[in-house]
Structures are given as structure tokens and as C-alpha cells.
Design a protein around this ligand. Structure first.
Ligand code: BG6
Length: 473
């Protein structure tokens, strides 16, 4: 029996990507290197980066770099956008790579070729009636800002980002209404290299880096609203619904403590515009002293975001005892006996998404945008060329049903859904091509071999119908 899921009339259906994972052309037309360009492909990617085993340079003798070719969206965007339009996309979430605009991140004048490329992409989307949603920073800090500035702990990055944000907002504000500032900003709580562009720093430096990003985000919001008060600027964090493994109050308390630093802290600052009391206490208890310049707290307060966007892939289970761990979740949490997991160990939890939507809406009461969700899986191309990704359809259907319940039964204001990697692209955590999320297959393997030809998967028609019917009928 088909499941039912009903969505509001103007619901923004679409798909999500990031420049560094699909564009390729990593050094074309004046683009500078970003942190993604020196991140090796393979399951060891994060370890190599965080332990410093891989130097922050390109080393083709030792590693592969699938991002360097991506799926060549840089040259094939017209064909890809036509396919998005065929599915009926209302919006397309993409990022602008900072280093296409300011190759080293610290130039005074922008690179016109970079601006021109994004202008053409935006115009192509608009031509097809697709509204762009632009992420300003999606794990693509210019490499120079890591090597010569020390990453986001350096307060100089605030001003450099402000210049970048002003440049792209000024150029595109008449064409782009929806913006997001920093992708999955809360991964900075754990000092993720992609997020704060630093590795193995102290907790104090991680939180300083986050503070600097909060300020940069508020400055971008201020600039956007000065240009046009109708522009909508969102924050973006990863949300993992957290469960206590058992009903021991101590386990629940442990879960709550983790939950607030991971799921709430960044959203609290960016939506409410102030540091929550628990964070101030946490800083005191852990000897963390932030450098907060005069006027910055007022800036945060006066320029919060307009909406909250988040990625949702999995939940996380917290235990105070030794339990079997799940391979995939961010927290190295306990394996949840009630859930199945993807081939990469990410636990699949559609009801957890309804919980997430309720939790975030009850806490903030601002419109919500699910900017990422989906199943990373190995797809098989059959002899007749078809790709029958029923597992992906099943995953997405279950999530749509829970989203619909959150909207219709719980009253959550959810206005957009952009499943991740609507066209296959390079994985962020492992740099693999074989971890695919798309409705559109890109013929390319982990070593960069393949024709790059695009093929519609079975889920392509399925999603086309979802959009046409505004849900599942
Ligand atoms: C999110 C990121 O963490 O998850 C994306 O914003 C990423 O950049 C996505 O690609 C899926 O993760 P992965 O590691 O499977 O690519």
C-alpha cells in the first residue's frame, strides 16, 4: 500500500549539493585551493586529516582526490539543471566556493570569472523556474586561510568572510532569496576540520572559531537585510536526535548534556541571538575564555537568522555503560537495537526526524528547512542500464511520511526539503564516489574513472511524482 504524505501548497521541493563535492575544475579560471582540495579520498580521509598524517598539500603520488574532478558540474551544469527541472525542482541548494571568488580568501578584489560562473548557474536555474538556495560556506574555506592564518580561530577571518559575503550578496541579491551562512556549523563543537578549518586545536580555540563564525554569520545577515529586507538568511546545523540508552536518570542527564552542546548550542546563538546560560557555565567550568570584541554580542542579538535549516541523517544513542558502538554516527554512540543502519553504519530513523522537527520548532518557533537528508548507498547498474534503487525510495518515503505528520498533526512550520546529493557526488566524510545519494547516477568510480554520463535512477521518476503530487498519494 502506498504511504500517504501531504505537504503545504508552496512547499519548496528540491535537492542539495556543495561546490567542492560536484563542481570539479578545482583550479580552473583562477580558483584557489580550498581545504577540500587537499583532502584525500578514501575511508581514512578524516583520520588522515585530523591526525596530520596527510600534509595540507596535494600529493598525487600517495593519494587520490576525487573532488578535483567532482562530477564536472562546472562544465555540465546546463545538462544537470535540465534534469532537476524535469524532476520539477522548486529549489536547488548549492554552495558558492569562496576560493572561486577570492582565491586566497584575503584579496581585496574578487575574481570576476568566479562570479560569472555562479551568475550563469543562477540564471540557468531561474530560466527553469528553480529558485536557488545558496550556502556561503560549505566545508570550503580557502586553504591559504588555514596555512597562513590558522583557520577560524583567527579573528581576521571575520572581516575576510564579511568581504566575501558582501560581494556575493551584492552581486546576487536580486536573483537569490534564500541563503545559508555556514554548513553544519555545529560540527565545530567537535573541532571538525571541514567546519573550523583547523585540526587538533584546544576546546578554547574551537569555541573561539565558532564565535568568529557566529559573528561572521550575523554580519552576512545584516548586509543581506540592508540590501533587501525580504531576503531570507538561515543557519545550518546537523541534527541527530538523541536517545538515552535506558531510563536511568543518570543516562538521561548525560544524554541531555551532550544534546544541548551539539544540537542546541549553535542554533541557540544564531536563532535567539545570544549565548545560552549553560554555555557560559560550560566555558567557566572548562577554563574557556572567548575573545568577544565590543559590539559583537549586540550584533548577534540584532541580526539573528530568519529560518533554521538542518541536515538529518540519523539519530544517536547515549549510554553510560560499555555498549556495542555503531560505526556511523558522529558521536560514536551506542548501537540502537531498534534501528537498521546504512552500509556505512548510519542508523536509519524516520521517526527520529519527526522528533527533531518537533523539538526544533517547539524550541525556536521559526520556519524550518530540511537542507539535507538521504541514504548513501552502493548502486548497481544492471545489464540493461537501469538502476533500481528501491532502498533509496523506501528510505525517503518513510522520512516523508514523518515530515508530513510533523506538519499536519503537530503543526510544525516546515517549508522546504532538499535531499542530499540529488545528483551523485563525492562523499564528504570519505571522499568516495561509490557512496551515492542521487536520483541521477554519474558514471564515475572512486579512482575517477568513468564516462561521467548521467543516468536517471528509478528514484528519479519516484521523486518527480512526489513533487508533482506535492507528497505521497
Ligand atoms: C553532511 C554534509 O554532513 O552530510 C555533506 O553537509 C555530506 O557535505 C553529507 O556530503 C553526507 O555525508 P557523506 O559523508 O556521506 O558525504
Amino acid at each position: 500500500m502506498t504511504k500517504q504524505a501531504v505537504f503545504p501548497k508552496e512547499f519548496l521541493w528540491g535537492g542539495a549539493t556543495a561546490a567542492n563535492q560536484l563542481e570539479g575544475a578545482h583550479d580552473e579560471d583562477g580558483k584557489g585551493l580550498t581545504i577540500a582540495d587537499v583532502s584525500p579520498g578514501g575511508k581514512q580521509r578524516m583520520k588522515l586529516l585530523m591526525t596530520g598524517e596527510s600534509a595540507l598539500t596535494i600529493d598525487y603520488d600517495t593519494y587520490t582526490y576525487p573532488n578535483h574532478v567532482g562530477i564536472d558540474f562546472y562544465h555540465r551544469y546546463k545538462e544537470d539543471i535540465a534534469l532537476f527541472a524535469e524532476m520539477g525542482f522548486k529549489t536547488f541548494r548549492m554552495s558558492i566556493s569562496w576560493a572561486r571568488i577570492f582565491p586566497n580568501g584575503d584579496e581585496i578584489q574578487p575574481n570576476e570569472a568566479g562570479l560569472k560562473f555562479y551568475e550563469e548557474v543562477i540564471d540557468e536555474l531561474l530560466k527553469h523556474g528553480i529558485e536557488p538556495t545558496i550556502t556561503m560556506s560549505h566545508y570550503e574555506t580557502p586553504l591559504n586561510l588555514v596555512k597562513n592564518y590558522g583557520g577560524w580561530k583567527n579573528r581576521e577571518l571575520i572581516g575576510l568572510f564579511e568581504r566575501y559575503a558582501r560581494t556575493i550578496l551584492t552581486r546576487f541579491h536580486k536573483k537569490v532569496k534564500y541563503w545559508m551562512t555556514f554548513n553544519e556549523i555545529n560540527t565545530g563543537v567537535f573541532g571538525s576540520f571541514f567546519s573550523v578549518a583547523m585540526r587538533n586545536e584546544s576546546a578554547e580555540n574551537n569555541f573561539q572559531a565558532l564565535h568568529n563564525q557566529f559573528v561572521a554569520s550575523s554580519l552576512a545577515t545584516k548586509i543581506a537585510h540592508e540590501l533587501d529586507s525580504e531576503l531570507k538568511i538561515g543557519c545550518m546545523s546537523i541534527y541527530a536526535t538523541m536517545y538515552a540508552y535506558d531510563c536511568n536518570p543518570k543516562t538521561v542527564m548525560t544524554k541531555d548534556l551532550q544534546n544541548r552542546m551539539f544540537n542546541y548550542f549553535c542554533n541557540d546563538v544564531q536563532v535567539r541571538g545570544e549565548y545560552p546560560t549553560y554555555a557560559t557555565k560550560y566555558f567557566e567550568q572548562n577554563g574557556i575564555q572567548l575573545h568577544i570584541a565590543k559590539g559583537e554580542l549586540e550584533l548577534l542579538k540584532n541580526h539573528p537568522v530568519d529560518y533554521l535549516s538542518f541536515s538529518y541523517y540519523m539519530s544517536a544513542t547515549v549510554s553510560t555503560e560499555e555498549k556495542e558502538k555503531t560505526a556511523g554516527n558522529f558521536f560514536g554512540g551506542a548501537k540502537n537495537p531498534f534501528l537498521e543502519a546504512s552500509e556505512w553504519g548510519w542508523e536509519i530513523d524516520p521517526v527520529g526526524l519527526r522528533i527533531a522537527l518537533n523539538d526544533l520548532y517547539q524550541r525556536y518557533e521559526v520556519p524550518l528547512y530540511i537542507s539535507e537528508n538521504g541514504l548513501g548507498a552502493i548502486d548497481k547498474v544492471e545489464k540493461d542500464g537501469t538502476i533500481n534503487d528501491d532502498y533509496r525510495i523506501a528510505y525517503l518515503e518513510k522520512h516523508l511520511v514523518e515530515m508530513s505528520k510533523a506538519i499536519n498533526e503537530d503543526g510544525v512550520d516546515l517549508f522546504a526539503y532538499t535531499p542530499w546529493g540529488c545528483i551523485d557526488l563525492v562523499s564528504a566524510s570519505t571522499g568516495e564516489m561509490s557512496k551515492r545519494y542521487g536520483f541521477i547516477y554519474g558514471d564515475l568510480d572512486d579512482l575517477g574513472e568513468g564516462t561521467m554520463a548521467r543516468t536517471k535512477k528509478k528514484s528519479f521518476t519516484w521523486y518527480q511524482n512526489v513533487i508533482k503530487n506535492n507528497g505521497l498519494v
